[in-house]
Design a protein around this ligand. Structure first.
Ligand SMILES: Cc1ncc(C[n+]2csc(CCOP(=O)(O)OP(=O)(O)O)c2C)c(N)n1
Length: 618
């Protein structure tokens, strides 16, 4: 029995037998289940790669050999083996252990991610760098079958394939799941390889039929035999040596084939079959991704501890509720979504309208351009993409959708501070990213009814592209109240509280909280809801400017090129007074993980800081 907290680095694995390594796998699984039941985290992906990660650290010499985990959400065993078990009680918390790889955390964290499908591309650069830095160590991207659906992974395979002077060892961690079931033809191809599964049987037969004198060269022969037996996969066609499929929970087999790959002098793909969620019944059975990322849960019952309160729903659920209704009443309607049906709360939509939702895999660019195809054909289309992931599809939004002024409605989920996922997932850049694109409308509701009216505007009134932002967080809404048919008839802001001493100009749910506090404290504040972030409401800007009082502009978003900048641009261009403006928002920095409340407080962007600022400028 190894005390996981005593592990300093992976070198101790060298002295362990296969049996001891298997025992270690069991211990790590138990640790992960117990620890994540308290903190939450990416459970299933990590339970699936315990043996694989141990085998990788046993065979390769990290950090000289470079393990590059795609996305990085499945690297918990790697964290344990590199001396971080003791920090797991702070996993994904403010100033705690990151849920992804973090170069500042460990010399073994070679490359950071959070967004998917980058590992083979990064590995390509590291391979080519060897020419300049004279380093002969191995570069080992570890990519899931889900992440392999991302365009950049294909582009990198295309680039690397057949290059004889480069030897990255690509580990394909195939659990047949992205967050939920994997999709697409590549997934069929992998299934096909898996189901033929002839390789191992043939291999053992081949061994038997080998003459005795050849058997002692078995490893070399095996390579030849395997090369022959498995030369017809897509990876061979792309110019890689292919090994597999290998049982990702069989330590002996894993080590054997990783050793073989280590000695090859060609770029190779090792196809490892793993079971997502292995070792914990509820996560093993999961097909819709409920155990991909979890909050704290009860180990015995498998029930997640966060209580669902009556009529309190996440923003994703509220938007999904609207979409179910819209699909019911509109024949020509499609949702195009890149791999986030669960996260976007669209499982119910999929059950009710399976023919109206298209999961394209982890392929944001495809989702956006495909949506332009729907729009140009006269089909209403909703394209939900987390704010952070729309970064992947800037040119598609600009060139394919907005330039042709097509009516695609983008749902920018998780706009603003996102909490535990941290730096890579913050929704802080979509306003600067989209604001300068002609034809683009950007909206952000402050409550569910406003959201419905904005969506009615998006589908029924507006004729071009529109992005509706919504937050990570919950709102009160009684679904039995139905969905209003009312739509805004033009882009207008709204004064939601009259006042004369100071103006508070913002958008989103913070407005409701500021209003409640202003009323409570009897402050004389004019509160303006800029639900249309673009276009600006020039009349209201003139009105508040004429009040000649301080104006506080607040956004839970990057200040650089953000909403406040837009207002300032307008004032400057129109030679209006800018001297009374105060901007509150995210400065020129990446924001770390932590609960939303805590992070906002630290940034002086929480409710208390807003009220303080309002009082300060009066
Ligand atoms: C660009 C991008 N889009 C979406 C996501 C959300 N996401 C995180 S993990 C994941 C599934 C990854 O599946 P796979 O690579 O097979 O890994 P597994 O969790 O199954 O081990 C998705 C879609 C992301 N991280 N990056």
């Amino acid at each position: 029995m190894i005390n996981l907290s005593d592990i300093k680095d992976p070198s101790f694995l060298n002295d362990l037998s296969i049996k001891e390594l298997e025992e270690l796998s069991g211990e790590i699984r138990t640790f992960l289940i117990e620890s994540l039941s308290k903190t939450g985290g990416h459970l299933s992906s990590n339970l699936g790669v315990v043996e694989l990660t141990i085998a990788l650290h046993k065979v390769f010499d990290s950090p000289k050999d470079k393990l590059i985990f795609d996305v990085g959400h499945q690297a918990y065993t790697h964290k344990i083996l590199t001396g971080r078990a003791k920090d797991f009680d702070t996993l994904r918390m403010h100033k705690g252990l990151s849920g992804f790889l973090k170069r500042s955390e460990s010399i073994h964290d070679i490359y950071e991610a959070g967004h998917s499908s980058t590992s083979i591309a990064a590995a390509s650069g590291m391979e080519l760098s060897k020419k300049f830095i004279g380093n002969g160590n191995k570069v080992i991207p570890i990519i899931g079958d889900g992440a392999l659906t991302g365009g950049m992974a294909f582009e990198a395979l295309n680039f690397l394939g057949g290059k004889v002077d480069h030897q990255p060892i690509i580990i394909l961690n195939d659990n047949q799941m992205s967050i939920s079931e994997n999709i697409g033809f590549l997934s069929n191809i992998l299934n096909d390889i898996r189901s033929k599964n002839s390789y191992r049987k043939l291999k053992s037969n081949a061994k038997k039929i080998l003459p005795k004198f050849l058997r002692r060269f078995s490893s070399k022969v095996e390579r030849g035999v395997k090369g022959f037996l498995t030369s017809n996969t897509i990876f061979n066609d792309l110019g890689f040596s292919y090994y597999g499929p290998i049982n990702g929970h069989d330590m002996k087999e894993l080590i054997k084939y990783l050793e073989i790959a280590k000695k090859t002098n060609r770029a190779c793909v090792i196809h490892v079959l793993t079971e997502k969620g292995k070792g914990y019944k509820p996560s093993e059975k999961d097909t819709i991704g409920s155990w991909h990322g979890v909050g704290p849960f009860d180990i015995e019952t498998g029930v997640q501890i966060a209580k669902k309160e009556l009529n309190i729903h996440s923003w994703s659920e509220i938007i999904a509720h609207y979409m179910i209704n819209y699909a019911k009443n509109n024949e020509k309607f499609a949702i195009v979504i890149p791999a986030m049906i669960g996260g976007s709360s669209l499982n119910r939509f999929k059950e009710l309208h399976p023919n109206k939702i298209f999961d394209v895999g982890i392929a944001e660019q495809l989702a956006v351009t495909m949506s332009s195809g729907f729009a140009i054909s006269g089909v209403d289309v909703f394209t939900p993409i987390y704010s952070t992931f729309i970064q992947r599809a800037y040119d598609q939004v600009n060139h394919d959708v907005a330039r042709q002024n097509l009516k695609v409605v983008f749902g920018l989920d998780r706009s603003g501070i996102v909490g535990a996922d941290g730096e890579t997932h913050q929704g802080l850049f979509d306003i600067p990213l989209l604001r300068h694109i002609p034809n683009m409308t950007i909206v952000h509701p402050r409550n569910p009814v406003e959201a419905f009216k904005l969506l009615n505007y998006a589908f029924k009134v507006n004729t071009g592209p529109l992005a509706i932002r919504y937050e990570r967080g919950n709102e009160y809404f009684d679904f039995s109240d139905g969905i209003t048919n009312e739509a805004f008839d033009k882009p207008e802001w709204e004064i939601i509280n009259k006042g004369k001493e100071v103006v508070f100009l913002s958008f989103g749910s913070m407005l409701e909280r500021v209003k409640a506090e202003v009323l409570k404290q009897k402050l004389d504040v004019c509160i303006v809801d800029a639900k249309f972030i673009k276009p600006l409401d020039k009349d209201i800007i003139s009105y508040i400017s004429d009040l000649d009082v301080p104006i506080v502009i607040y956004e839970e978003s990057s200040l650089l090129g953000g909403f406040g900048s837009a207002v300032l641009e307008h004032l400057v261009i129109n030679k209006m007074d800018t001297s009374k403006i105060t901007l509150m928002g995210i400065k020129d920095e990446f924001i770390e993980q932590g609960s939303k409340d805590l992070v906002l407080k630290e940034l002086n962007l929480d409710l208390t800081s807003i009220i303080k600022k309002i009082k300060e400028v009066i």
